[in-house]
Design a protein around this ligand. Structure first.
Ligand SMILES: Nc1nc2c(c(=O)[nH]1)N[C@H]1C(S)=C(S)[C@@H](COP(=O)(O)O)O[C@H]1N2
Ligand SMILES: [Mo]
Length: 202
């Protein structure tokens, strides 16, 4: 079964495939717990903790500049997928609307259903990171993000393992130290750089 969809790269494709990863053209779904279903118009992203409290609605987010980017994604369960295309609001663009309070160094990302994952502000505020609401297997196939893949809106953090890319995002909690999110509490690495194989904590 696996052999039909997963093929071993001839090599690491010039450094593009992180160690221990295998390329797939499929898009596996990995969700812990039930899949929430709600409309774009019901999206809310609550900002709290060490930042001025506010809640972004879909209307607020829609007014912000939208960016389309194509990049590779890497899942800790050993699959990598090249050239995924996403449209959404870049995190630096979103941050223009967020007033951090002194001492904020990290952010806990919250999702509908209670999933959480932690990021340093350095890993969070990057041009490539998107609050994505469209996905395409190629740039000419962009369509609203499917529910199973985090639609109506998810975070995408392509430089770290895909568990950091929280689906159904609904909260940003700014904090003053690194804290473990859902998978990090269950043994995954606090940062998760695929090129350093930061899969599990020691
Ligand atoms: N809310 C939420 N986000 C989540 C998860 C989850 O269970 N719940 N799983 C994470 C994991 S472990 C991975 S690998 C990716 C999978 O995204 P996909 O299902 O679109 O492939 O979503 C991440 N984001
Ligand atoms: Mo994952």
């Amino acid at each position: 079964m696996l052999g039909r969809f997963f093929k071993k790269p001839e090599n690491d494709q010039g450094g593009r495939v992180p160690p221990g990863q295998t390329l797939t053209t499929r898009f596996p779904v990995l969700t812990y717990g039930p899949v929430p279903r709600y409309a774009k118009t019901d999206i809310t992203v609550r900002v709290f903790g060490l930042a001025e409290e506010q809640t972004f609605s879909w209307i607020d987010l829609q007014k912000m500049p939208q960016t389309t980017l194509t990049y590779d994604i890497h899942c800790v369960t050993h699959w990598s997928k090249f050239d995924t295309t996403w449209t959404g609001i870049s995190v630096p663009e979103l941050m223009k609307h967020i007033q951090l309070k002194p001492g904020a160094t990290h952010v806990m990302i919250h999702s509908v259903g209670g999933y959480t994952t932690n990021l340093s502000l350095t890993d969070f505020v990057r041009d490539q990171n998107l609050l994505a609401h469209e996905f395409g297997a190629s740039p000419d196939q962009l369509a609203p993000l499917e529910t199973e893949h985090g639609g109506p809106m998810r975070l995408v953090v392509p430089h770290l393992y895909f568990w950091k890319s929280a689906k159904w995002i609904n909260g940003l909690e700014f904090i003053s130290q690194d804290e473990a999110g859902f998978w990090e509490k269950n043994g995954y690495h606090m940062r998760g750089d695929p090129f350093k194989e930061e899969r599990y904590s020691d």
